[in-house]
Design a protein around this ligand. Structure first.
Ligand code: ADP
Ligand code: MG
Length: 211
């Protein structure tokens, strides 16, 4: 039986209009339960990234509301930074800074948000890199990594223990099928070990990888 206590995110009638008339989200309502894996499929331009970015308020809905663990995060009174720490987002283009090493990319946010000091952040980043098999790339720059390796770095960066939900924006885009399979296996392994809630958007289900 599912009770309200199992609901992690509730999206209620969310609209997002860019400019005067570009209706990217048109009254979306959705309930995401704890431990669930949700895959959202739709063509390019259908609003998938806008939806995913709305979940942690990187896009602010034009109307409607979004509840995270029972708190209305669209309310002005909510401290969104506190909730964002519980949401790990892997962007479509990985969002790595090319002028920073892998380790510096990974320690930037936790140090900036004062969640850890520099040394703690380094230790944690190395532990996470170890998990995705990239400890030896800690001092490499993003330009020295393959697409799949860059992706694993961005995966590692969000797989911290206190994150409740992982948001993936087209994790298979630009990956060859074998690397894509590795990526899905990695998400699957994390989900099986932690039962974190996972939301994935994709423009199509490629080669049955998600089945
Ligand atoms: P998808 O991820 O499914 O490809 P998006 O959510 O990126 O789709 O975009 C949905 C629509 O909103 C598209 O028409 C896109 O051009 C538009 N859009 C997205 N972000 C912005 C923005 N920051 N400003 C204006 N239009 C945007
Ligand atoms: Mg997109």
């Amino acid at each position: 039986m599912i009770t309200n206590g199992d609901v992690l995110i509730e999206v209620k009638d969310v609209h997002k209009v860019f400019g005067n008339s570009l209706h990217a989200l048109n009254g979306v309502s959705e309930m995401i339960r704890k431990g669930e894996v949700v895959v959202i499929v739709g063509p390019s331009g259908s609003g998938k990234s806008t939806f995913l970015r709305s979940l942690n308020l990187l896009e602010v809905p034009s109307s409607g509301s979004i509840f995270f663990e029972g708190t209305d995060i669209t309310s002005k009174e909510t401290n969104i930074d506190m909730h964002r720490q519980k949401m790990g987002m892997v962007f479509q283009h990985f969002n790595l800074f090319n002028h920073l090493t892998v380790l510096d990319n990974m320690t930037l946010a936790p140090v900036h948000l004062k969640l850890m000091n520099k040394e703690e952040a380094r230790t944690e980043a190395l532990r996470l890199l170890e998990r995705v098999g990239l400890a030896d790339k800690a001092d490499a720059f993003p330009s020295q990594l393959s697409g799949g390796q860059k992706q694993r770095v961005s995966f590692a960066g969000v797989m911290v223990d206190d994150v409740d939900i992982l948001l993936f924006d087209e994790p298979l885009a630009n990956l060859d099928p074998a690397t894509g399979k590795t990526a899905i296996d990695l998400i699957d392994r994390v989900w099986k070990n932690s039962r974190k809630t996972v939301v994935i958007v994709e423009h199509r289900l490629e080669d049955d990888l998600y089945r």
